[in-house]
Design a protein around this ligand. Structure first.
Ligand code: GRG
Length: 297
């Protein structure tokens, strides 16, 4: 691929402003929604996360010749599902965390019941947004199916269930990878697929972006594990060191830090090679993949 320099911080800020504007509109839920529930939903979604997944949706759409407006409902839907998963992951029944995105977690800021319901409300709203705002209806139905399968029992929820159940042997690389591919990778890969589908891309393009997404998702999870080992709370915005505290099977625990870094680097190279058919249009996605190796939050 020609090396085209992308100013990722600037590009990300531009996407982020557009995404947050659209999220704010979609989060104006009807007057039938209790104010406290609406506040909790907005609190968690609009908190200062990286907006990685919506950015991937929009970049994939543009890389396939589509326009941002057509893919924005899908970008917002993915971020709503992501925010729901974080709210539920932070609950006492799961990770029992006090801090998320540098702020008190939803159940700490509100209360446990409100946090559970805010997650439920966001998951449901995501599909309402897709069904109502993606055009034509046939593409909306495809988007609903893609997001449901990535987020559901064979995807993120299933990966989380296996992770919570534990029981992996310390050397079970395949087991760890299977959990991460579903828990983290499925939604990241779906983000790419959604963007491509909204842009009307052909099946070869969609498959290539899905493969890029799978590798990126795994690399992202490895760097997440590494941040838990060597990141600091103030920058990461959540508690660090908890994986080893809880005896979780992670890449650094299994492979060591150096080998984990090398594995993430190899995955990013493989991800980038999937972008070759896009030529210069893949430059933004390549910059995101390289950023994953350098991220400190
Ligand atoms: C509760 C159904 C359910 C699923 C939870 C998302 C998840 C599955 C667990 C979160 C645990 C975790 C730390 C996973 C590692 C990767 C990950 C999803 C990190 C958070 O995503 P970022 O870094 O967060 O994109 P921001 O806040 O920037 O959006």
């Amino acid at each position: 691929m020609d090396t085209i320099s992308v100013d990722l911080p600037k590009t990300a800020a531009r996407y982020r402003a557009l995404v947050d504007e659209a999220l704010t509109v979609y989060l104006r839920v009807g007057s039938g929604c209790p104010a406290r529930l609406a506040d909790a939903m907005r609190y968690s979604v609009l908190a200062p996360g990286k907006r990685l997944r919506p950015m991937l949706v929009l970049m994939a759409a543009e890389a396939c010749g589509g326009v941002i407006e057509d893919a924005m409902p899908a970008a917002c839907a993915v971020e709503m599902v992501h925010a729901y998963s974080l709210i539920h992951d932070d609950l006492p029944a799961m990770d029992d965390d006090d801090l998320r995105r540098g702020l008190p977690t939803c159940h700490r800021q509100f209360d446990e019941a409100t946090a559970i319901l805010a997650g439920d409300g966001l998951l449901t709203l995501a599909f309402e947004v897709l069904a109502t705002h993606i055009q034509p209806g046939e593409i909306a139905a495809r988007c609903c199916a893609i997001l449901a399968s990535a987020a559901g029992a064979v995807g993120m929820v299933g990966g989380q269930a296996d992770d919570v159940a534990g029981g992996l042997e310390g050397d079970d690389l395949e087991g760890i990878e299977s959990i991460h591919a579903r828990k983290t990778g499925a939604l990241i890969s779906a983000s790419l697929e959604l963007g491509a589908v909204c842009a009307g891309a052909n099946s070869d393009r969609i498959d290539g972006l899905r493969r890029y997404g799978r590798r990126l998702g795994l690399a992202f999870q490895i760097t997440d594990d590494l941040l838990d080992v060597r990141g600091d709370l103030a920058t990461v915005g959540k508690r660090v060191g908890k994986d080893s505290e809880q005896g979780k099977a992670t890449y650094p625990a299994l492979l060591g830090v150096e080998a984990s870094v090398r594995r993430a680097e190899r995955l990013v190279e493989e991800a980038c090679s999937e972008l070759l058919p896009l030529g210069a249009n893949g430059a933004g996605l390549e910059a995101v993949a390289r950023y994953v190796l350098e991220r400190n939050r």
